[in-house]
Write a protein that binds this ligand. Structure first.
Ligand code: BDR
Ligand code: CA
Length: 308
């Protein structure tokens, strides 16, 4: 199996994504590193621990990452989507969290990269702060990263401002560093595609009926489903982060277009926008703009159901 590390801010769709990785034999989840984002870092870390406990995977190490963005303060949390606890108000109903280790996220990431026999796929599904810090602190380890698959950004409209997607908006300077360095292949799974993967009532009902772990996950989704309906007028949940994990599990599932991507870092209305640029203006990012979206949703569901 391909070794992977998920860097995450759980987060309802992060929960779906983590459980998808645990259900997928093609990958070995070597570690989870946490970051601020949807809610504050202590909550995202505890939530990662709860999800591993729920799935009886207390053997997987968790390390605490960045509490804040690289340069400017975070402007918005996403509690309206994910609930104040980050898991739709259900965190306290899950098993007690696996505690994080004493290594920082950067130390654990570096350790996994150094000791892995195969190139490691990094799957950041939150702000890119930890990955930017890793690349800055350990440029010598870049060749050991097989690929970075990031859920974030948008070439079209945003979901946090008119032009900025949430993960990009949380830490544009970090996104700039990761998307414009040329040492590691980066795939960006933007909002343009993930919003085309809304899991509807039947998908959620099928998940809920698949066993106690899946029922717990379906419960976590409930609050997010209501927020999504209010915002987009459809009864569904976009499983953004799980789409990126599926691409890490089954490379090539998403159709990508190589394109340099610039990140607007000025403090102002465009901050956090990810802009597709002309060829040659920077290192190309593989931007996932298309997929068989029905197949993506069916594949995610089928795998989650294995967890029971
Ligand atoms: C991204 O923002 C977060 O709220 C989700 O977990 C996802 O990573 C979608 O814009
Ligand atoms: Ca996330």
């Amino acid at each position: 199996p391909t070794p992977i590390v998920i860097d995450t801010d759980p987060g309802v769709d992060d929960a779906v994504a983590i459980m998808l990785a645990l259900a997928s034999p093609e990958v070995e989840l070597k570690a989870i590193t946490t970051v601020f984002g949807n809610v504050a870092l202590d909550a995202t870390t505890a939530n990662a621990g709860r999800l591993l406990a729920l799935c009886d995977r207390t053997d997987i190490p968790i390390a605490i990452g960045a509490a804040r963005p690289l340069v400017h303060p975070q402007r918005e949390l996403a509690a309206e989507w994910h609930g104040n606890d980050g898991l739709g108000g259900r965190a306290a109903t899950l098993p007690l969290p696996v505690p994080p280790g004493t290594d920082t996220a950067i130390e654990l990431l570096a350790d996994v990269l150094r000791t892995s026999e195969q190139p490691v796929t990094l799957v950041p599904i939150g702000p890119l702060t930890n990955i930017a810090l890793l690349l800055a602190a350990h440029p010598e380890l870049a060749p050991r990263i097989g690929r970075i698959v990031w859920m974030g950004g948008s070439l079209g409209a945003g979901n946090t401002s008119g032009v900025a997607e949430f993960n990009a908006h949380c830490d544009p300077e970090a996104a700039h560093r990761v998307l414009t360095q040329s040492d590691v292949p980066v795939t960006m799974v933007p909002l343009d595609l993930t919003l085309r993967c809304p899991a509807g009532p039947e998908w959620i009902e099928a998940l809920a009926g698949s066993g106690p772990r899946c029922a717990a996950l379906a419960g976590v989704i409930t609050h997010y489903r209501a927020a999504f309906r209010e915002r987009y007028g459809i009864d569904a949940v976009a499983v953004h982060d799980a789409v990126a994990v599926l691409e890490a599990v089954l490379p090539g599932t998403l159709r990508t277009t190589p394109k340099p991507v610039a990140v607007a870092c000025d403090v102002g209305p465009a901050r956090g926008a990810t802009v597709g640029m002309a060829d040659g203006s920077g290192p190309p990012v593989q931007v996932a703009l298309d997929a068989d979206t029905d197949k993506v949703l069916a594949e995610i569901l089928e795998r989650l159901r294995r967890l029971g």
